[in-house]
Design a protein around this ligand. Structure first.
Ligand SMILES: [Ca+2]
Ligand SMILES: [Ca+2]
Length: 281
């Protein structure tokens, strides 16, 4: 589906204020970050860290004031801002001095859009993901596509929120978890593109489905070892996870500490936690 068709479908479907805002975003009337509430200098947690190491762009996760390096799987909730199918999260942040001041940094999609089927991801969808910033946009359908680039700040840093908008050529997009594969490139020939990385978008499916899809991507695409023993999800298995597990010992419905999902927190889960003890991703 072409962008023009997307816009037309969107226009026809825009009965709400949300739709009108989405339309304004699509046609570039409003920069995405102007629509979002809040101070753009706050709330960077959850943004994608963009750095350069040994001549390559690398990604990480901005976590409060810290950077978790090497992360290649990110999460986003479509519709969270009130506009169905839309999100401008995660944002993108490079610290001052990362790039030369005249450089531009951009996004390509080396794979088509896919959707979680409970056991992997299916392509060949009716849905498209439109990615835009002001008047720039590209559409991820069933095939790889080149995107657009933005100028870095005069200090060589970057902080932008680009828009992601899920639409369908045949009515409303399906509820589900959608996978977008991206790479970052730089117009400075001394800086090579990033490895591929992924954003796992939840379009009104359950948190459990979203989480399962994220874990699958981490294990099967990003090659990360997932720590089941990391009960509190802080990327280390330690005494806090053990205490959290002991605190819910016994029969337990959908507990994080029920590592093997058998409806009870018991010795099997404890052994699995102990086997994972230490740092992990
Ligand atoms: Ca932990
Ligand atoms: Ca169990």
């Amino acid at each position: 589906m072409s962008l023009l068709q997307s816009r037309t479908n969107l226009f026809i479907g825009s009965r709400s204020l949300g739709g009108a805002v989405a339309l304004a975003l699509m046609v570039g009337v409003l920069p995405a970050n102007q629509v979002m509430a809040g101070d753009p200098h706050e709330g960077h947690a959850g943004d994608v860290f963009v750095g350069v190491e040994e001549g390559h762009i690398v990604t990480g996760l901005i976590d409060e004031d810290d950077v978790e390096p090497g992360m290649r799987v990110f999460e986003s909730e479509l519709g969270e801002s009130g506009v169905p199918g839309f999100s401008d999260e995660p944002g993108w942040e490079a610290f001052p001095g990362t790039f030369s001041p005249n450089a531009r940094v951009g996004w390509n999609a080396p794979a088509g859009l896919t959707r979680w089927n409970g056991d992997g991801f299916d392509g060949g969808l009716d849905e498209d993901m439109t990615i835009n910033y002001a008047s720039l946009s590209f559409v991820i359908g069933n095939d790889p596509v080149d995107g657009f680039d933005l100028a870095v700040q005069p200090d060589g840093g970057l902080h932008r929120h680009i828009g992601f908008f899920l639409s369908s050529g045949s009515g409303d997009p399906h509820v589900g978890v959608y996978l977008v594969e991206l790479e970052l490139y730089c117009t400075d020939s001394a800086v090579e593109s990033s490895e591929h990385f992924w954003i796992v978008f939840n379009n009104e499916a359950s948190e459990d489905d979203h989480e399962a899809a994220v874990e699958w991507v981490e294990e099967h695409l990003a090659g990360e070892e997932h720590c089941h023993g990391d009960v509190n999800d802080d990327h280390v298995v330690d005494i806090n996870d053990l205490l959290a597990m002991l605190g819910v010992w016994g029969p337990c419905d959908e507990c994080d500490a029920d590592l093997d999902d058998n409806g009870a927190v018991d010795i099997e889960d404890l052994l699995e936690l102990l086997a994972d003890f230490g740092d992990c991703h």
